[in-house]
Design a protein around this ligand. Structure first.
Ligand SMILES: Nc1ncnc2c1ncn2[C@@H]1O[C@H](COP(=O)(O)OP(=O)(O)OP(=O)(O)O)[C@@H](O)[C@H]1O
Length: 901
């Protein structure tokens, strides 16, 4: 849903009345006071001293209230990174305070209280509290984005502290709470709570053994070491310390169990902390890194060479392609591939996961931008997108328009006045309030005169302004402003949520930022004449996603039949297939999307979830387990954004298939996390059919060339009055009235910078099956190119139960010969009976059987549809059925984890 917020900065220069009412007051010449309006009776005045006291009190109350509100808003609007840093600094301050008292006995009046709290809680162990606080603060500053790892370390440390406090408590003879000084010199309250019951129940020696085990467990958790990795890790650590190479058998040690998705742990931690160190450890090590993170600067090595260079023994390969666990949670699943798929899996894993260059600064955000396999992915820096000029709330041009409007109202003797205006980047909305007894129509009828007076043809009258008793007159600014996408994405409207599908749309007529969550649209139709700003919007949308979402969160299918608009995005890791320029392939891609959606649905049903978000949350929490007997590793699903830049081109090649796919996707895909954005410069009824319209609820109309086009897009006029260059009417799902918006602008150089940033981190992992027809239909030869017409003819004849050739001629707009041929084809398929002279033919198929009949005409699936699948790999697995076939060997890496299904 779209959200908007006012740009406070832009408003700061506004006169106080403008700020208070949210609009600029109109400068009104004295002569234009409304006639016939009686002044309101003056309120009764109270005594002067009372008024002074009351005024002073109210003034203070407003000041205090306003300050508190501003601080509250300020804290909420604070960048998440600053909020996290705030926590780190608080811990740092605590460390200093506690150390001052516990280590150096420096204490002010609060010293005793600090000691009581620290030593009372942890006893002797309180001495290390400053170190723990300091370490936690440093960790939070250095790796704020690694939320899961940080929580893991927190859990491990808690276990260690509990154990140590318990052990100290037991070793000091279990003092009780009656002797607090002794308790402070032992394990404190924590030691008392842990050690005393254990020692009483199980005797002191057994309790100490249990607590030692707990401490050991804590150490394993902090260092992310599974028990069976302790020895290899120690050995590795020793070899690293002594500068030697690990013996080759250690790799065997690291080969995973069949059901244990781990680990090249030593390597992993080495890469984590110091990528160059790990890379320097010889070819086999490099394979290990390649297995999880291929370097972006090595993509040109031919596949075979890479394998020959790196593959030593199969065991190593097996280890190498397994995604390391370490900080990763259960979602980071990838399983040992079947031996014959190793090379592909290895190379694909290599292509998928590339380490970010160490120099890049991670962009702060609350959610960790981690990819599967615990790869750090840095979103582009916020300042990659330029700042726009500050927003003006009033200019001399506005004042001139107010004067013109006022004089028009005067000339026509209309009892109404211009009460104010709100200036947007492209247009300003002037508000006109009517005097008593004045008809709204008297103002709306003046639209031509107003246009004449302000010398602009693009005057749009809103009657009333939604939510106000006023008429709005929108008039283009002669001094229009460009809205920078960077400003929109940095606004608090965009930062309020970290949802990866939130995009910057632009600014509304009041200068407030407009953002929208594509996942809530859930599908969007974008239309507008050539040059109106459609492609610029598509660019802003894609760049917004690149700025905010990792490839693990959002994947895209980009369809660009014009071949120019989207080529700049070729090679970004968010793509799941190269940009599709061939309309026929695009139609196939839409069919693939339908299959993907159905597969996701099956998955949701099998695991008992209603929405992909719930499924993903459960996967991240490790709550989704493979079905019994299945070896599939469960991974989260990214949102899938399908962008079609020119729908008309697709509708020209395969209208029925495209329409059917769109209908199917739009009806169901919301819960599956699949969202369509369909753009067209020809919003005519043959492109945006009723079926498409009915299923694409959100609309964004740029200037259209006719009122009819506006009706097609918005179901109402208005878009024909827009002034182009990003001026738009935005009607998100559920909105009653379209919102006038100036689309955000992103310059080509900015797009380049963002694309380069994401491309240099990761290479895309393309799904091979997207543009492969799922089930190659064999259309009978005699139908040939007439399939679409024949399907329409069959549908007409069966639904009307009227087998008339002249009806086909009329409805399908074909000549007599073509209509006759279609009728013959229908007869040969026993849809209609034989000709009965001038009478209509008998229709042999009932409307209930229409779907099956159409399917039959489209052609039955061939025996081996994959043997010759267009564009697919020879021997590709059956696409539709293989998706979630749990028992199939080697298909479990998941389409989104880098493996090919
Ligand atoms: N949001 C915007 N802010 C400022 N200028 C814009 C904006 N959108 C478009 N323009 C201007 O309008 C021109 C045409 O825009 P754009 O290419 O997006 O139109 P279009 O509707 O996609 O046209 P086509 O269908 O021919 O591709 C741009 O080159 C730019 O100068």
């Amino acid at each position: 849903m779209a959200t908007r917020t006012s740009s406070s900065g832009a408003r700061s220069g506004a006169p106080s009345t403008a700020r208070a009412t949210g609009k600029a007051p109109a400068k009104r010449p004295a002569s234009t006071r409304p006639q016939g309006r009686k002044p309101a009776p003056a309120p009764r005045q109270s005594a002067l001293p009372v008024r002074i006291v009351k005024g002073a009190f109210m003034g203070c109350a407003h000041l205090l209230g306003g300050t508190a509100r501003r601080m509250g808003h300020g804290a909420r609007d604070l960048d998440p990174a600053h909020r996290r840093d705030g926590l780190a600094f608080t811990l740092l301050a605590l460390a200093v305070v506690v150390a001052a008292r516990e280590w150096w006995a420096l204490s002010g009046t609060a010293g005793d209280a600090i000691h009581s709290v620290v030593a009372g809680t942890f006893g002797l162990v309180g001495v290390i509290v400053p170190i723990l606080l300091l370490a936690t603060a440093i960790r939070l500053m250095r790796h704020p984005e690694r939320v899961q790892a940080n929580s893991r370390i927190g859990i491990g440390l808690t276990a260690i502290i509990l154990a140590v406090c318990g052990i100290v408590q037991i070793s000091k003879g279990l003092p009780g709470t009656d002797d607090f000084d002794a308790l402070r010199a032992a394990g404190g309250i924590v030691g008392f709570a842990v050690g005393t019951p254990l020692a009483t129940l199980l005797t002191a020696p057994v309790a100490i053994i249990l607590l030692l085990l707990l401490a050991f467990f804590g150490v394993l958790v902090v260092t992310a070491t599974p028990v069976h990795q302790v020895i290899p890790r120690l050995r590795n650590g020793y070899h690293r310390l002594t500068g030697g190479r690990a013996p080759s058998d250690e790799v065997e040690d690291e080969a995973p169990d069949d059901d244990e998705p781990l680990v090249i742990h030593a390597l992993h931690s080495a890469v984590d902390e110091e990528p160059t160190l790990a890379r320097a450890q010889g070819p086999k090590r490099r394979l290990g890194i390649l297995g999880r993170r291929a370097r972006a600067d090595e993509p040109d090595v031919p596949d075979e060479e890479r394998l020959e260079e790196y593959v030593g023994d199969e065991a190593f390969v097996r280890a190498a392609v397994v995604v390391p666990d370490a900080d990763a949670d259960a979602a980071d699943d990838a399983r040992e591939p079947a031996p014959d798929t190793v090379p592909t899996a290895l190379l694909e894993a290599a292509d998928r996961t590339i380490v970010a260059p160490p120099a890049t600064t991670p962009v702060p955000r609350g959610e960790q931008p981690m990819l599967e396999g615990d790869v750090l992915y840095t979103l582009p820096a916020e300042d990659a997108l330029a700042k726009g000029a500050p927003h003006k709330v009033r200019s001399a041009a506005n004042d001139r328009v107010v004067e013109s409007l006022t004089s028009v109202l005067e000339q026509f003797e209309i009892n109404a006045q211009v009460t104010g205006f709100t200036r947007g980047p492209t247009v300003t909305r002037y508000e006109v309030e009517l005097g008593k007894g004045t008809k709204v129509e008297r103002v709306t009828a003046l639209s031509k005169n107003i246009a004449y007076a302000v010398a602009s043809a693009d005057v749009r009258i809103l009657s009333p302004i939604p939510g106000k008793s006023a008429i709005g007159i929108e008039i283009p600014n002669t001094d229009r402003e460009t809205v920078s996408l960077g400003d929109v994405l940095r606004s608090s409207a965009a930062k309020r949520t970290e949802h990866p599908m939130v995009i910057g749309v632009g600014k509304d007529v009041e200068g407030g930022y407009v953002t929208a969550n594509l996942a809530k649209m859930p599908h969007l139709l974008v239309a507008g004449a050539t040059g109106a700003g459609k492609s610029s919007f598509v660019n802003s949308m894609i760049v917004s996603i690149l700025m905010r979402a990792t490839p693990d969160e959002v994947r895209m299918v980009l369809v660009d039949p014009k071949r120019v608009e989207l080529t700049i995005y070729e090679g970004i890791p968010h793509l799941i297939t190269p940009i599709i320029t061939n309309p026929k392939k695009a139609a196939e891609a839409l069919e693939w999307v339908v299959r993907e959606m159905e597969a996701r649905y099956d998955d949701l049903a099998n695991f008992g979830f209603k929405h992909i978000d719930d499924f993903n949350t459960a996967v991240r929490a490790g709550k989704v387990k493979p079905l019994p007997g299945s070896e599939r590793k469960i991974a989260t699903y990214p949102y899938l954004l399908v962008v079609v830049d020119e729908l008309a081109d697709l509708m020209m090649v395969a209208p029925r298939d495209v329409e059917a796919s769109i209908q199917r996707i739009t009806q169901l895909a919301r819960a599956a996390g699949i969202h369509l954005v369909l753009a067209t410069q020809r919003p005519s009824v043959d492109v945006v059919t009723g079926l498409i319209k009915a299923n694409v609820p959100s609309r964004l109309a740029f200037a259209t060339s006719s009122l009819t086009d506006s009706r097609v897009v918005l179901d109402q006029p208005g878009a024909e009055k827009l002034i182009g260059q990003g001026d738009a009417l935005f009607l998100p799902m559920g909105a009653a009235k379209p919102m006038r918006t100036q689309g955000a602008w992103v310059a080509e150089s900015e797009i380049h910078a963002v694309v380069e940033h994401v491309k240099k981190q990761l290479k895309p992992t393309y799904r091979q099956d997207v543009t492969v027809a799922a089930t190659k239909k064999q259309v009978d030869e005699d139908i040939g190119d007439d399939l679409d017409l024949l399907l329409q003819a069959a549908e007409l004849v069966v639904t009307t139960q009227f087998g008339s050739t002249s009806m086909l001629q009329r409805k399908l707009r074909v000549g007599f010969a073509k209509a006759g041929r279609l009728m013959d084809l229908l007869e040969s398929r026993e849809i209609v009976g034989p000709s009965e002279g001038s009478k209509a033919r008998e229709v042999l198929v009932q409307p209930d059987d229409l779907a099956g009949t159409l399917e039959m005409l489209r052609g039955a699936p061939a025996d081996d549809p994959y043997a010759s699948s267009d564009g697919g790999m020879p021997g590709d697995p059956p696409v539709a059925t293989d998706y979630f076939d749990d028992d199939d060997e080697g298909d479990d890496a998941g389409p989104w984890s880098g493996g090919r299904r």
